[in-house]
Design a protein around this ligand. Structure first.
Ligand code: GLN
Length: 492
């Protein structure tokens, strides 16, 4: 199988040969209608959604109305915005006013948020057309989308394999041409890992760059919303639209949205690039070889490439599996049968409220979510707090220090995005540790709060993509994307 060029007709079937940047330009100029763009995507959904299950909900009627409104604006001489007529799929943990938002959990079934997430508002302001809500691992906990209460999503490049997770539906939707762009959330790798396994671009922004208002919280000190796209330029465009200060999120950075598209073609001449030794150890040979090839290509393009050590990165996974469950146990306490979605009285109807809470949570949460709540509650309990949670926070500080030291000598860093390509469905469901290890290369950046992006890399002769991860210091998105664009141009 010949690997697809970015934005070209995809091996996955139906990705239109037009990038989001080109679509928006054509729609704004009146050369293409938003309605026609949408119908292409709806046809792709019609052809393959029953096989892939990327969506929890397809919003065909609403999307047709949104596309018509964009076309009316153009006809009336108004500019619909930077994403005019571009279809976007939303991970189903992003609140959409009046539209079910489930987190792929039974506990939220039927719940309709009374407001839009800030990112959704910004998409609408720029003329995007929302095609649907995508499947995920329940509450974004997982790496394969198999933890969804509504069944797994399949990888468009090989439906016997997982799309990665937790934003597997968003990654699959872009790879299969169901939408021009998608949004996901990344707490430990949930944008980058599925993007890599589905052969698309996925970006986790600097913590605080994108508002989390209306993102259903998993681990609040780590969660960030970010783009999935077919090309680096498309990811840059979407990030420009969603980034920037929002008074509704107290962790939102009070800084203007960065300008990213401009300068994307600046090249890597003179850029100092470090390949992170610790993230090359223990990955599959093909993943390490892809990074070596990528480093070679960047060096041929004028970058200065060397090895760099980030010693504390090896403790990332352990620290993450204390901090993230601890925060989750607190965030998920709100699902009590009173305020959201499901309520279960238990057998025979419960006599007291505590029994109702217990019955609701027992019925509403899946196994992995329960495991995280228990782990997190234990890590935060009196007597263990300092030994587990406190210790993990100290490790987090060491990771930040080691990255800071690396960035004194390097502008950006490089690593594999995942230890290997997409695995078969069910291959890791009975072994949580094996599943957790899929994020070993992505987690350190979440703990540091730094940005990172994955660029697809198809090894010669392989039918499955890998991802090259480009990491940058806080607010280093512009230089990071410049290197990503160079990699995209050099990719086999
Ligand atoms: N796979 C990791 C986890 O299960 C990361 C998830 C995420 O980034 N949302 O926690």
């Amino acid at each position: 199988m010949t690997p697809p060029a970015p934005g070209s007709g995809s091996a996955a079937g139906a990705r239109p040969g037009r990038s989001a940047v080109e679509t928006a330009d054509a729609v704004r100029a009146g050369r293409l209608t938003a309605a026609a763009v949408l119908e292409e995507h709806l046809a792709a959904i019609e052809a393959r959604e029953s096989e892939l299950h990327a969506f929890n909900l397809v919003l065909a009627d609403r999307a047709r109305a949104e596309a018509a409104a964009v076309d009316e604006s153009v006809a009336a001489g108004r500019d619909p915005g930077r994403l005019a007529g571009v279809t976007v799929a939303l991970k189903d943990n992003l609140c959409t006013r009046g539209v079910e938002t489930t987190c792929s959990s039974r506990i939220l079934e039927g719940w309709k948020p009374p407001y839009d997430a800030t990112v959704v508002t910004r998409l609408r302001q720029e003329g995007a057309v929302v095609v649907g809500k995508t499947n995920l691992d329940e509450f974004a906990m997982g790496s394969s989308t198999e933890n969804s209460a509504f069944g797994p999503t399949r990888n468009p490049h090989d439906p016997t394999r997982v799309p990665g997770g937790s934003s597997g539906g968003s990654a699959a939707a872009v790879a299969a041409g169901f939408a021009g762009l998608a949004l996901g959330s990344d707490t430990g790798g949930s944008i980058r890992q599925p993007a890599a396994l589905c052969g698309v671009v996925g970006l986790k922004p600097t913590y605080g760059l994108v508002s989390r208002y209306g993102l259903i919280a998993f681990a609040s000190s780590l969660d960030q919303i970010g783009p999935f796209a077919g090309t680096v330029a498309d990811a840059a465009l979407l990030l420009e639209v969603i980034a920037g200060h929002d008074a509704m999120d107290s962790t939102s950075l009070d800084a203007p949205a960065p300008s990213l598209l401009e300068g994307l073609d600046g090249g890597v001449e003179g850029l100092r690039i470090g390949v992170v030794s610790e993230l090359m150890d223990g990955v599959e040979p093909a993943a390490a070889a892809a990074v070596e090839a990528a480093a070679h290509a960047l060096s041929a393009a004028g970058a200065k490439v060397d090895r760099v050590s980030v010693p504390a990165a090896v403790y990332g996974l352990s620290a993450y599996y204390l901090i993230a469950p601890a925060e989750a146990s607190s965030n998920l306490a709100r699902y009590d049968g009173v305020r959201y979605g499901l309520r279960s009285e238990g057998p025979g109807g419960s006599a007291d409220v505590a029994a109702m809470f217990a019955a609701t949570r027992a019925a509403g949460f899946g196994d992995e979510v329960k495991r995280r709540i228990m782990l997190g509650t234990y890590a935060l309990s009196a007597g263990y707090y300092d030994a587990y949670y406190g210790q993990a926070q100290r490790v987090r500080t060491l990771i930040i220090r080691d990255f800071d030291a690396a960035y004194r000598s390097f502008d950006i860093l490089l690593s594999p995005t995942t230890p290997g390509p997409a695995f078969e469905l069910d291959a890791k469901t009975s072994d949580p540790m094996a599943m957790y290890l899929s994020d070993v290369c992505t987690i350190p950046t979440n703990l540091a709060g730094h940005p990172a992006v994955t660029v697809p890399w198809w090894p010669e002769g392989s039918g499955l993509p890998l991802g090259i991860q480009v990491l940058a210091p806080a607010l280093g998105e512009a230089v990071m994307l410049r290197a990503a664009a160079a990699l995209e141009a050099a990719a086999p």
